[in-house]
Ligand binder design. Structure first.
Ligand code: PSU
Ligand code: MN
Length: 302
């Protein structure tokens, strides 16, 4: 017998059954990426943005062992406010589910469950990637390898500027993960509009992205993910950004922060040290990516 349940919310189940556009949303950003209480406001707002753009939001998480594809408002509150919400990557999913625990899902874990549920468009903030100093620490997000194995289109604002962007781009290439810039050929750096790296491909509309998704299907390159890099319009002050990044990396090293704690530590450091500037940018990013993801899901379903 299954020791866990896999449950789409009524809203998501109905949309999937009717072949209507659905957008997956991750929950780690809510539980571990944004501070309370704005995390709950953002989670609700982002779901509404997806609906306003004609798609159904499916925020994904595990609550008390139940694998939730789409959350009720009570469940969103739980993910935002409960203190017992772990951070689950793909490898943790079965462990959390079978032991009846609760976890927010990373990009890797969210994408995995989304595809399992039949959802192929996903909005997040910034992808995980290769961390600076990874040649010694081996710290590379499981987001990369997970996306190499999944038929999903992920809208993000590039990779977090806390990472080694060049190394991450090389890994994306090796892993055959598709990459296009939305209205740009500059690869964005999450808080920054331009990471300094150039993209090979630019797309300008959701319809163009939908055409690429259909072509991926026919050419069978949809076994790997497609990343749509959507740059934030108003970036963080760069001098401030670089100074905060430096102090954050030093702080992480000094405090012995390792493993999946690194990213939440650095994000929180950013939000505190920038007195909310990075938080504002972060929220803008998630909203804009969710709107674009919904437009893509709608265009694909046409
Ligand atoms: N983007 C954000 N905030 C976040 C994350 C991404 O704007 O909190 C999360 C995502 O869930 C991503 C994870 O999958 O950080 C990467 O963590 P790690 O580097 O430990 O793999
Ligand atoms: Mn890591």
């Amino acid at each position: 017998m299954n020791s866990y349940e896999f449950v789409p919310s009524p809203e998501v189940a109905a949309a999937l059954k009717a072949g209507k556009p659905v957008v997956a949303l991750e929950s780690t950003i809510i539980s571990h990426g944004l501070p309370r209480p704005s995390n709950l406001d953002v989670a609700r707002e982002v779901e509404q943005i997806v609906r306003d753009h004609g798609a159904t939001p499916a925020t994904i998480a595990i609550l008390d062992g139940k694998v939730c594809i789409g959350l009720t408002d009570d469940q969103l509150v739980a993910i935002a406010n409960r203190d017992d919400i772990a951070k689950a990557s793909s490898r943790d999913l079965a462990i959390i589910a079978a032991t009846g625990k609760s976890a927010a899902t990373t990009v890797a874990a969210t994408a995995h469950l989304a595809v399992l549920a039949g959802i192929h468009v996903f909005a997040t903030g910034g992808l995980g990637g290769v961390h600076r100093g990874a040649n010694e620490s081996f710290d590379e997000s499981a987001d990369l390898t997970a996306l190499s194995d999944l038929d999903i289109t992920v809208v993000c604002a590039g990779v977090k500027s806390i990472l080694d962007v060049g190394a991450t781009l090389e890994r994306l290439e090796t892993l055959a993960i598709g990459l296009v810039g939305y209205k740009t050929t500059h690869f964005p750096g999450f808080y920054l509009t331009d990471s300094g790296y150039t993209l090979e491909h630019q797309v300008n509309t959701a319809d163009e992205i939908a055409a690429i998704i259909h072509a991926r299907n026919s050419l069978k390159t949809d076994i790997h993910a497609l990343i749509v890099a959507n740059p934030v319009l108003k970036e963080m002050d760069r001098v401030r950004h670089d100074a905060i990044l430096k102090s954050g990396l030093e702080g992480a090293a000094k405090n012995g922060i390792v493993g999946k704690a690194v990213t939440p530590f650095l994000l929180e450091h950013f939000h505190t040290a920038s007195e909310g500037e990075s938080l504002k940018v972060n929220i803008e990013i998630i909203k804009s990516n969710s709107a674009l993801a919904a437009d893509i899901a709608v265009a694909v379903a046409k």
